[in-house]
Design a protein around this ligand. Structure first.
Ligand code: MN
Ligand code: MN
Length: 327
């Protein structure tokens, strides 16, 4: 077994030089095969307010140059546990949403056909629907922990079914989600009406509001989430607007009163031990960002997602994994 090929060595190539891949890991075509693939989805044709998330993947990669190979918070060197590679961006149709969704689903299916895991960087939240289609094809209906200021279970906008505010209603309708194990985290801000919450509850979602996070604390919230989704394949979807605009100004639909990046990262780390099969970080819209605040937060979130999945794969491979091939 050849050991995984890691990131570029920063002691010989400075961080502001070298490849523009996520965390300076190798490209997928350089290694042939990866256990975890990082994939960009530069799509924002589903947004309802500020556009620009199509430039999220490149800015998150740029902000990820400073990530280092060992993650002390999770006690893992993710790029050593498993081959992690960057597959670049999916060439999505910016004018035809249905076509874009099909392209994303096909790409996700192809990249997970042999049991690999996918961490995607968006892109607006519309992209999570085809990613869930792909995940459900492989695992059956998945549990979902959804970090977001918004519910994203609305029905239509201007008659359109596929938007960044509707992916989780569509996913429930399509049977992609395990409706016993769904939760939003970080929800806040005004709604259209009380019916939004009634519909959401009917689909099976629990809600941990942003206020619940600061009242109850991150450990309590992580424990609540673990109890809700334990023992099932879990998908993590992270809309960067779950963070307060102070921590993520560069996003499409900002809402006051959100989580800090520290709270989000700590809740994520508290999910270690679950069977995490995939995840996404979406809604980074760099044109509204300042000093890379949002893309730095998103890069760290994606790094922790990769770390969590590396730990999941390490556990699945068993205690004698040193002698087994971990693709
Ligand atoms: Mn949102
Ligand atoms: Mn969202």
């Amino acid at each position: 077994m050849t050991p995984p090929q890691g990131p570029v060595d920063s002691s010989t190539v400075p961080r502001f030089a070298g490849p523009a891949t996520f965390a300076r890991i190798p490209r997928l075509d350089e290694v042939g095969r990866a256990g975890i693939t990082v994939l960009g989805i530069p799509f924002d044709s589903g947004v309802s307010y500020r556009p620009g998330a199509r430039f999220g993947p490149s800015r998150i990669r740029e902000a990820s140059r400073l990530l280092r190979p060992f993650n002390p918070a999770l006690d893992v060197a993710p790029f050593e546990v498993v081959q992690v590679a960057d597959a670049g961006d999916v060439p999505v149709n910016p004018f035809d949403i249905r076509s874009a969704l099909d392209t994303i689903e096909a790409a996700a299916l192809a990249m997970t056909s042999e049991g690999q895991n996918l961490v995607t960087i968006g892109g607006d939240h519309t992209v999570t629907l085809p990613l869930l289609r792909s995940a459900a094809r492989r695992h059956g209906p998945v549990a979902l922990v959804h970090f977001d200021a918004h519910l994203d279970t609305w029905d239509t906008y201007f008659g359109a079914d596929y938007t960044h505010g509707t992916p989780f209603r569509r996913a429930v309708e399509e049977g992609l989600l395990d409706t016993e194990a769904l939760c939003h985290v970080g929800t806040r801000g005004p709604l259209y009406g009380k019916k939004d919450l009634e519909d959401d509850r009917r689909f099976g979602f629990g809600i941990v509001t942003a206020a619940d996070v600061y009242r109850n604390g991150v450990d309590h919230v992580a424990q609540q989430l673990r109890e809700r989704v334990a023992g099932r394949p879990v998908y993590l979807s992270i809309d960067i607007d779950v963070l307060d605009p102070a921590f993520a100004p560069g996003t499409g639909t900002p809402e006051a009163g959100g989580l800090s990046s520290r709270e989000l990262l700590e809740i994520l780390r508290g999910l270690n031990g679950l069977d995490i099969v995939g995840g996404d970080v979406v809604e980074v819209a760099p044109a509204y960002d300042h000093a890379e605040i949002t893309s730095i937060a998103a890069a760290h979130v994606a790094y922790d997602l990769v770390s969590l999945i590396a730990l999941t794969r390490g556990r699945a491979a068993g205690p004698d994994r040193e002698t087994r091939e971990v693709p």
